[in-house]
Design a protein around this ligand. Structure first.
Ligand SMILES: [Zn+2]
Length: 242
């Protein structure tokens, strides 16, 4: 078990739908930006255009609403840039197009840390887009972005092959790395509540986030925390299986 104290200079967040990342790592994003000026980019993979029970809302209208909500949520945390990949909700694929997009953003932004959803589950299940986005983000960061022979057409003066340090996977069954989010739980809730179309009970959501911060804190001896599964990308090249 590790408590991460040091904030990186840059991080990238790969979120399958609007609202996933604020609930997953909103406290850490808020803290790192506020206290360490970490430059964080959010990659929103899908349009979130199936996220409603309101049959009068067209997918186009819902996409527009959810992009504004995502921008508002990111602005409230001080995110420097939101990239809208606009894949169809429920249609995310582990294909070359998606991997290429993720590799490009990693090479362009040059982050040390990746945030994404843990794609590996043994006792629970999660949305298909969650699994695809998590696995592709890890593959992009570990296997492809550092290798200039992968998508060599992307390489330029500004866009270089890039080796990241580690990934923090949210929504994991086995958190082993924690960040103290004391003082940032309200900011996390404020950012999540920007997704107005998805939150029917704002006060209930705020309380649930606070309870989760306390539960994560109990696992690592802190008052409030966010817990992740950490993947270290800086392993011995011989162990990488190239
Ligand atoms: Zn989702």
């Amino acid at each position: 078990m590790e408590i991460i104290e040091q904030a990186p200079k840059r991080a990238i967040v790969v979120t399958p739908h609007p609202d996933d990342c604020e609930g997953g790592c909103g406290g850490t994003m808020a803290k790192w930006i506020d206290s360490s000026y970490t430059d964080i980019v959010v990659i929103l993979c899908t349009k979130g255009d199936k996220g409603t029970g309101d049959r009068s809302l067209t997918p186009e209208k819902l996409t527009a609403i959810r992009e504004i909500e995502q921008q508002n949520a990111s602005d409230s945390l001080g995110i420097s840039r939101v990239v809208f990949l606009r894949h169809p909700d429920g249609g995310l694929e582990d294909d070359e197009e998606f991997r290429r997009e993720l590799v490009y953003e990693i090479r362009k932004h040059k982050p040390e840390v990746l945030f994404c959803i843990d794609p590996v589950r043994s006792t629970t299940h999660t949305h298909r887009d969650h699994r695809k986005s998590g696995q592709c983000a890890i593959d992009a960061a570990f296997s492809f972005a550092p290798n200039p022979n992968v998508f060599p057409d992307q390489i330029s003066d500004e866009v270089q092959a890039h080796q990241m340090d580690y990934a923090l996977l949210w929504s994991t069954e086995e958190p082993d790395a924690f960040i103290n989010t004391k003082g940032y739980v309200d900011m996390k809730a404020d950012s999540l509540l920007c997704h107005v179309s998805q939150i029917p009970n704002p006060e209930g959501t705020r309380k649930r986030l606070n309870d989760r911060a306390v539960e994560a804190g109990e696992k690592c001896g802190l008052e409030h925390a966010e817990g992740f599964r950490k993947l270290d990308f800086r392993v011995d090249p011989l162990e990488r299986g190239f």
